[in-house]
Design a protein around this ligand. Structure first.
Ligand SMILES: [Mn+2]
Length: 487
């Protein structure tokens, strides 16, 4: 099936490219192009099947301009950012007054506020917010503008292809919706079942959230609350926008007929510790939008829900926004918009699991390729995440985000040896996956009655190995307890 273009006239659209570096000058700059397309009429022609194939006519001119602008930006972000960019902008604006606006910040404001700065400078009815490191494919704008014209409460993402960072080759990505995991990192999703049933690969794909590049009616973006300007540096704003738009009466979709290509970098250069910023931003989303499910974000990041020690800044304005817009609950969102997301309301304790015999060692999932849990020096990262459920399962490792991902792995007594097996499989096969545990007490299998214990072994890496044996009275503790663990 091919993409067809039905749009007769184009709405003037402001394309906002956010570029950033702290290599040279420690500032974020939002470049604003007032992209006014001349009337562009085309019949129902198939889209070119070659990526970034050259096109004739007005579209080509626009793409050339954007390409040129991007090249200039890329060139001058390294050297003479100020003069050369100004020269280029002056030259273009000399021919076409007001075509490009440049917004500069005096300090590093981060991706999120940079995008909003671009929005503030924009005057066109539609704004398109993109990373500076994207390439626009032919005809990317028309299908988007059609969908927004039909309903201004739609926020649209194009479909993404990848530009390989080492050789700039285009790699076609499969069509995808855009969602997130419980740490609120964005990710591509398989399109929903209803979309596949249509058997129309050009149909809009309903999407729970956004990867980060999107097109929106300029005024609707303000009505819905722009982006959370209390977020720092990078990450989470795309997820927050998706959740907010759905909960507050709008919708988000990905259009197969609108394609861009994006460079996924090997390394993001603008901060030392990206994860710390993403985590902080994620907690803002959790606290404002996620109701009782905010626990899931804390659990996925493996941090306590009270007194986490993380300063998430002031969220009163965002909470007031939610109230003012009379938005629906996060439970509604999960059930109606993101049913693939797994819910974990049965978790009653989480964190790292330590034995009092040797408290610097933690239960660890061991090598990825194996299913044998081990003891390892405590570092508290994902391989040492442990979740204890009200049905007495002990799940180890990453908290599986959606039903399309691998299931969580449960600790199982397999012939008196500790093993990690997919929980649903272990349950279906009636394996020994239930463990009695109370904080500071033993961990005992309900069926075999054997206990998970440490055994001294001079041959083991840290002098101890993990065994299942007759209970000798060893004590285990887990970092965070949500509900009292019955003994
Ligand atoms: Mn990017």
């Amino acid at each position: 099936m091919v993409c067809t273009r039905k749009t007769k006239t184009l709405v003037s659209t402001c394309v906002i490219l956010s570029g950033m570096t702290n290599i040279i000058c420690l500032l974020y700059v939002g470049w604003v192009t007032n992209y006014i397309a001349s009337v562009y009429v085309r019949g129902q022609e198939p889209a070119p099947d070659k990526k970034l194939e050259e096109d004739k006519g007005d579209t080509l001119k626009i793409i050339e301009r954007l390409d040129h602008l991007e090249n200039v930006i890329k060139q001058h972000i390294q050297e003479e950012l100020k003069e050369k960019l100004s020269e280029y902008v002056d030259k273009v604006n000399g021919q076409k007054p007001g075509f490009i606006k440049v917004v500069r910040h005096s300090k590093q404001e981060g991706l999120i506020r940079s995008r909003v700065s671009g929005w503030r400078a924009a005057t066109a009815p539609v704004v398109a917010l993109f990373d500076a490191h994207v390439e626009f494919n032919v005809g990317w704008a028309e299908p988007v503008l059609t969908r927004i014209k039909e309903n201004r409460k739609r926020i649209i993402s194009p479909s993404f292809d990848n530009i390989k960072y080492d050789n700039f080759e285009i790699e076609e990505y499969p069509l995808a919706a855009q969602g997130f995991d419980w740490e609120l990192w964005c990710r591509y999703l398989n399109p929903p079942k209803a979309w596949w049933k249509l058997e129309n690969s050009t149909a809009p794909i309903r999407s729970p959230a956004l990867i980060g590049c999107f097109i929106v009616d300029r005024q609707y973006f303000q009505e819905i609350g722009l982006l959370d300007e209390g977020m720092e540096v990078y990450g989470g704003e795309n997820v927050e926008l998706g959740i907010r738009v759905w909960q507050c009466g709008g919708s988000v979709e990905v259009l197969p007929c609108s394609r861009i290509a994006h460079i996924e970098r090997a390394h993001k250069p603008y901060t030392e510790d990206l994860t710390a910023h993403v985590r902080r931003n994620a907690l803002r989303v959790a606290e404002v939008w996620m109701d009782e499910f905010k626990s899931h974000v804390y659990m996925a990041w493996n941090i306590p829900q009270e007194d986490s020690g993380i300063d998430i800044g002031d969220i009163t304005a965002r909470k007031a926004l939610r109230k003012q817009l009379q938005c629906k609950t996060f439970r509604w969102y999960l059930v109606s918009v993101y049913p693939e997301m797994r819910m974990y309301s049965d978790i009653i304790a989480y964190g790292v699991l330590q034995n009092s015999l040797k408290t610097d060692l933690c239960l660890d999932q061991g090598p990825d390729t194996e299913n044998i849990p081990i003891l390892y020096i405590c570092h508290g990262m994902t391989p040492q995440n442990v979740y204890y459920t009200s049905s007495q399962q002990i799940q180890v490792g990453i908290l599986s985000p959606t039903v399309d991902d691998d299931d969580n792995r449960c600790l199982v007594d397999v012939n008196s040896r500790p093993r990690l097996i997919e929980c649903s499989y272990a349950k279906a096969k009636r394996m020994k996956l239930h463990w009695q545990f109370s904080q500071g007490g033993p961990i005992q299998n309900r069926k075999s009655k054997r206990c998970l214990e440490l055994q001294e072994n001079s041959g083991a890496e840290f002098g101890f190995q993990l065994v299942l044996q007759r209970c000798s009275g060893q004590h285990w503790s887990i970092t965070n307890v949500l509900r009292s663990l019955a003994s």
